[in-house]
Design a binder for this molecule. Structure first.
Ligand SMILES: [Zn+2]
Length: 228
């Protein structure tokens, strides 16, 4: 369920990526219960996110059902479901984000609160998208297949951010970037058709979960993670 720096970017890059315009504020007013400025910045990037059509086709060819098909759809789900999104303490610095089903709340690890690191702000967008994927099925259970679906979402987002903001993720050691969002982008789009490195990673992180369930029928990758 949980999803995973030191970018010293120049001021120029920061202002280019994050123009503080009134248009942004207007869009964000659709979610008045979300107060944190950093979270709102991350949400704004998510709201404008459209996946690459070919990336989506590739992910779907792996028998992965995507919980949402755009950032806008994800944010509309947050709005309609009144999901809260905030920074709070999590049990470990290795847990970057979590969806608290009982409180209908996406929690981002408070170690990233007030970050000005643009790579982290985009990584938080990806983590929020991942957790929206978990919230979308409206149950508390989890499975390897559900994780694969949610990780595929943030991978699709990561590829777009990388194209929009070249090298933004390259010069940081931030854990949410280096041990989180960057890893899965490489693993999902690995040219090796067996996806062996992805399977090894998923086994380490999620091997204890069931392969899938009724809402998330396991694909070949999930079955290999569990039994292979
Ligand atoms: Zn997860």
């Amino acid at each position: 369920m949980s999803f995973s720096s030191n970018l010293h970017s120049s001021q120029g890059i920061t202002s280019k990526i994050f123009p503080d315009t009134s248009t942004q504020t207007q869009k964000l007013s659709e979610l008045p219960w979300i107060k944190d400025k950093t979270i709102l910045q991350s949400i704004n990037y998510l709201h404008n996110l459209e996946f690459d059509v070919n990336d989506v086709k590739y992910i779907q060819s792996l028998n992965i059902i995507l919980p949402v098909l755009s950032g806008e759809e994800a944010i509309n789900f947050v709005k309609n479901s009144q999901i809260n999104i905030k920074f709070a303490r999590l049990p470990s610095s290795n847990i970057h984000a979590q969806y608290d089903f009982g409180n209908n709340c996406i929690i981002i690890n408070e170690i990233y609160k007030n970050t000005k690191n643009p790579a982290e702000i985009l990584a938080i967008s990806e983590a929020i998208l991942h957790e929206i994927g978990h919230a979308k099925d409206k149950d508390e259970t989890n499975s390897i297949q559900e994780e694969i679906e949610c990780l595929a979402l943030n991978t699709l987002a990561h590829r777009i951010f990388n194209k929009k903001f070249p090298n933004i993720f390259a010069n940081t050691n931030s854990p949410i970037v280096k041990n989180g969002v960057c890893i899965y982008s490489d693993l999902f789009f690995d040219e090796n058709p067996l996806k062996s490195p992805l399977i090894v990673r998923l086994k380490q992180k999620y091997g204890d979960l069931p392969a899938g369930d009724f809402k998330h029928p396991p694909n070949t990758i999930a079955l290999k993670v569990k039994d292979g």
